[in-house]
Design a protein around this ligand. Structure first.
Ligand SMILES: NC(=O)c1ccc[n+]([C@@H]2O[C@H](COP(=O)([O-])OP(=O)(O)OC[C@H]3O[C@@H](n4cnc5c(N)ncnc54)[C@H](OP(=O)(O)O)[C@@H]3O)[C@@H](O)[C@H]2O)c1
Length: 253
């Protein structure tokens, strides 16, 4: 995609990957509008990036999404890029009791949120000569984590939705892209500086470089073996991967 001259709305831009992409896109001369629940952090991001704008948004609340979409349509009618980035990653145990409130929060944030946000902006995006929906899924969309089972399921579902939406929009001006990050050193779980986690700056730089191409799926080279579907051998790969994390767990603070 062309990485200049766009009007871009990004969810979950108060920290981590969302903030990193927002600042990189702002630096390239795009009009960037950031969002999230934490007002103090939105103020910090816009103060650090003159010209950037912000709106408070709770992705679990349909009325908050509707309000943000109406505000964007009124104040930024040239909006042509939506980046659905907001997400949460609670731990759970599919061999035990699943906390219902946490499950609902996870599904509402990671799956219903991007579907609702895209739906609310679809007419505006279709009215532009060239526009993009970019869903942030995860490597776990292809390789589920047993310690984050509901999270993994939401990302696999969003990966599925991305592909059907891309097909459904194939004859329109709207392109649907997917970014599937590896483990990146952010606050999503705990910023542990674990050497297995990719530094945020390197991840943002890699993603920006790939966004400048015509790729529909954007992920770092290191996860190619996980992206390559093992077919009928899928469970053996998932079991080996999860056993490695049982032996050497992700730090949780
Ligand atoms: N870091 C990784 O290893 C990794 C790997 C694969 C995929 N991802 C994906 O990358 C995305 C960004 O995560 P990150 O690593 O950058 O973590 P992060 O720093 O914790 O960022 C998460 C963002 O989501 C926002 N958010 C959470 N719940 C929200 C809600 N109900 N409404 C609106 N915004 C909400 C947060 O903002 P507020 O709290 O201010 O609302 C925050 O800006 C997520 O979708 C995540 O699943 C991350």
């Amino acid at each position: 995609m062309q990485l200049t001259g766009n009007t871009i709305f990004i969810t979950g831009a108060t920290s981590g990957i969302g903030r990193g992409l927002a600042e990189a896109l702002h630096a390239r001369g795009n009009k960037v509008i950031v969002s999230g629940r934490r007002k103090a952090l939105l103020d910090e991001v816009t103060a650090a990036n003159p010209g950037m704008e912000a709106i408070e948004l709770d992705m679990t609340d349909p009325s908050s999404i509707a309000h943000a979409a109406a505000w964007l349509t009124r104040h930024h009618p040239s909006l042509n890029v939506l980046i659905n980035n907001a997400g949460i990653m609670p731990f759970d145990d599919p061999a035990g009791v699943i906390d219902d409130a946490t499950m609902q929060q996870t599904v509402a944030t990671n799956l219903f949120g991007p579907i609702r946000m895209t739906s609310a902006l679809m007419d505006l995006l279709k009215s532009q000569p060239s526009s993009y929906v970019i869903h942030n899924t995860s490597v776990v969309a292809f390789m589920p984590l047993a310690a984050n089972a509901v999270y993994s399921a939401t990302k696999a579902a969003l990966h599925s939705y991305t592909q059907t939406q891309r097909f459904a929009l194939r004859d329109t001006s709207v392109k649907v892209l997917e970014i599937a990050p590896p483990w990146v050193n952010t606050d999503l779980i705990y910023k542990s500086d674990d050497p297995r986690a990719m530094p945020l700056e390197a991840y943002v730089a890699d993603t920006m470089a790939q966004l400048a191409t015509d790729k529909q799926e954007i992920y770092v080279d290191a996860i190619q073996p996980l992206r390559d579907n093992p077919g009928s051998n899928e469970y053996a790969l998932i079991a080996t991967f999860n056993q490695a994390l049982v032996d050497n767990p992700i730090p949780v603070g």
